[in-house]
Design a binder for this molecule. Structure first.
Ligand SMILES: *Cc1c(COP(=O)(O)O)cnc(C)c1O
Length: 364
């Protein structure tokens, strides 16, 4: 007794993807990014599956970090956007949260906090993304100010983020690397320090970007950040299988339409299967006619509009189709990237916005 719409999460695939990240940059550490509920996979369970391998985890904000800490996650947790208000510095110090410091407001909050143990600071440099971080020429000043504060732990991490590492042809990544090396070359690094640059795309395709800490996100969930084949990315194992089942089958004549707005009309006598999954489950409403859906493992085209709780698929070419048969929206045999491409978005978005209505089922 249960709606058959579920996301099956393969913990072994997750661990294998993490080991791939670690093996590509074996002399340094990889910190799994588990923001946005671990890209929709369930942050607590992902942290649990990686608990004996991951040195730390990364989240977007302190609320995500507190939830993990309260649920028993032991590792340090990096707040990728740092603090949003001053009081968060004390909570971070108490809970072993590491703070990204990206602007002078965040810096002042750290310097003036009344805390009895220092926080680990990750100092953000803007090497070309132009979203967060200090200007390369100012880094020296901020670094020195933080370094001499009792509120800041001795080992600081200087970090930056790539804008275009998913584009294997782009010159931007090399330019950002050059900018980074140039801007840190002026620092007095006599006390402890470390560096961090690479996201998934950096880890998979830009070995020049490896530093002390890597920050793999999307790749851990088994999907490629690239739109073309890439040797390392091709080894990734999709972690999530989003599946549902057929709840109705009907036969319609040529000329009949299907679904809201009747935006698809049968050109031939057709068999239509209705599946109990819709945009209320995170299946994208933008999915056009022809988006592939696996019915019993065979690709069939979506036809008609995606509804809140249902979709309709043309199964005319299948030999036999019955109520209860399995439908797979994405997974190892049909990547979320492929579905996303039909919908004019990226797999990152489809995964992170999957709602709680879809039960996550953990295997392996
Ligand atoms: C989300 C994020 C990452 C991970 O990016 P992926 O492309 O998912 O690997 C790394 N670093 C920062 C700062 C991030 O915000």
């Amino acid at each position: 007794m249960a709606r058959p719409t579920v996301a099956i999460i393969d913990r072994q695939a997750l661990r294998d993807n993490f080991m791939l990240a670690q093996s590509l940059a074996p002399d340094s550490q990889s910190m799994p990014m588990v923001k946005a509920n671990a890209y929709g996979h369930g942050a607590l369970e992902v942290c649990g599956a990686l608990a004996d391998m991951a040195p730390a985890f990364g989240v977007a904000c302190i609320e995500e970090a507190i939830a993990l800490r309260e649920a028993g996650v032991k590792q340090p947790i990096l707040l990728l956007e740092g603090t949003f208000s001053k009081d968060e510095v004390a909570i971070a110090a108490q809970n072993d949260f590491w703070l990204m410091v990206e602007n002078t407001v965040q810096k002042e909050a750290v310097l003036t906090a009344s805390i009895d143990r220092p926080v680990i600071v990750w100092l953000g440099v803007d090497t070309g993304m132009h979203r967060l971080g200090f200007q390369p020429g100012e880094i020296n000043t901020h670094f020195n100010e933080l370094k001499t504060s009792n509120n800041v732990a001795e080992t600081m991490v200087i970090a930056s983020h790539f804008a275009c590492a998913d584009d294997l042809q782009s010159k931007a990544t090399d330019e950002q690397l050059e900018c980074f090396d140039q801007s840190v070359s002026s620092l007095d690094l006599s006390s402890g320090h470390a560096f961090s640059l690479a996201n998934s795309a950096g880890i998979l395709a830009w070995p020049k970007s490896y530093r002390d800490w890597q920050r793999p996100g999307y790749m851990l969930y088994g999907n490629s950040p690239f739109s073309v084949n890439q040797e390392n990315a091709d080894q990734l194992k999709p972690v999530m299988t989003f599946e549902s089942a057929i709840i109705s089958v009907r036969h319609i004549a040529a000329g009949e339409s299907v679904g809201y707005t009747a935006n698809w009309t049968a050109q031939r006598a057709s068999s239509i299967a209705t599946i109990t999954v819709g945009y209320g489950d995170g299946y994208p409403r933008q999915a056009p006619n022809g988006t592939p859906v696996l019915i019993n493992g065979v690709r069939c085209p979506l036809v008609g509009r995606v509804s809140m709780d249902m979709i309709t698929v043309d199964v005319t070419d299948l030999d036999s189709v019955n109520i209860g048969d399995k439908a797979t929206l994405w997974g190892p045999q049909l990547t979320v990237n492929e579905v996303a491409a039909f919908c004019d978005t990226i797999g990152y978005e489809l995964l992170t916005r999957m709602p709680a209505r879809v039960p996550r089922i953990y295997i392996n």
